[in-house]
Write a protein that binds this ligand. Structure first.
Ligand code: ADP
Ligand code: MG
Length: 289
């Protein structure tokens, strides 16, 4: 039988907007030592807007955006949505594309009117040994913007800077946890300078950047060797990491994968509720022997 205090707390948790799917994970939360947050869509809104367009070849801004939107049209990634929206806002006619291929954690590729075009991360360019020397693009990266490069074959056509915004609740979510002695960390596939900027803004203790979707669960396993850890994510690329954590928490009005992979779901979609999990778990299980 379920002890009465646990039953009462589960009802209380539901009122607070916590959906507890795994009761033993909820119990473990009272001794939490670290929380790892996903960046995009968890600490940030996950809505990217294009802020700058940098043609780096003989191409014009509109042509660059048209090609990028064509390549991104089949991608569900928040970056892709931002690029497509920017083209729509300029009233551009986006050409058709085919043979779409995701480059996981790095970008996308497609054929546009017989041209093979890739929209990729700065890390991908480094790997391919393609050097970029453009002070304006570098400055955008340092400001915490996400930079996407557009390539035709190995020729650089241009770049875009996109900005996401930090959710207004994130700072308090981190402050509350740190006040309880819980270390706050962030895990992201995005590049190091964006990650460093968000970490600085929020006062995070540690962060991991440029982590491929396939590596996220391993990183959590590493952290779990040092600390009793919760992972908070929206399920986009991070479902295996949620499963790996001592306490997996889904946010973002959850993708189905997130909900299925998580021990606890934040129904109100508010990162501050992670601290509530800890206090409620402590209250519930302190009363038990
Ligand atoms: P996050 O961990 O922040 O959710 P992802 O693992 O989804 O990030 O993506 C990591 C990086 O890969 C992005 O920051 C971006 O540089 C690149 N990327 C992924 N998908 C796309 C795309 N559709 N277009 C351009 N770049 C992309
Ligand atoms: Mg994500």
């Amino acid at each position: 039988a379920v002890p009465l205090v646990v039953a009462v707390s589960t009802a209380l948790a539901a009122q607070t907007g916590l959906l507890i799917r795994d009761r033993s994970a909820f119990e473990r939360a009272r001794n939490l030592e670290a929380v790892v947050f996903d960046k995009t869509g968890t600490l940030t809104e996950g809505r990217f807007g294009v802020t700058d367009i940098f043609p780096l070849d003989t191409i014009g801004e509109d042509e660059l955006l048209r090609l990028a939107a064509a390549v991104e049209s089949a991608s569900e990634h928040p970056i892709a949505r931002g690029v497509v929206r920017a083209a729509e806002e300029r009233g551009l006619e986006v050409p058709g594309a085919d043979t779409f291929q995701a480059i996981p954690g790095k970008g996308v590729e497609a054929d546009v009117a017989g041209r093979t075009i890739r929209a990729v991360s700065p890390g991908y360019l480094d790997e391919q040994g393609i050097a970029v020397r453009n002070e304006r693009v570098a400055a955008a990266g340092r400001q915490g913007k996400t930079v996407v490069y557009l390539l035709e074959g190995n020729t650089l056509l241009g770049a875009f800077a996109l900005a996401d915004i930090i959710r207004k609740e994130s700072r308090e979510a981190v402050d509350r946890l740190k006040g309880m002695g819980v270390r706050c960390m962030m895990l992201t596939g995005d590049n190091r300078s964006v990650a460093a900027w968000v970490a600085e803004e929020l006062g995070l203790d540690e962060f991991f950047a440029e982590v491929l979707p396939t590596e996220k669960a391993e990183r959590i396993a590493d952290v779990a060797r040092r600390y009793r850890v919760a992972m908070v994510g929206d399920g986009i690329n991070d479902a295996p990491a949620l499963v790996q954590a001592d306490v997996g928490v889904a946010i973002g009005a959850g993708t189905d994968v997130a909900v299925e992979s998580a021990d606890i779901v934040l129904v109100r979609n508010d990162p501050r509720d992670v601290a509530t999990i800890v206090t409620l778990s402590q209250k519930t299980y302190a009363k038990m022997v």
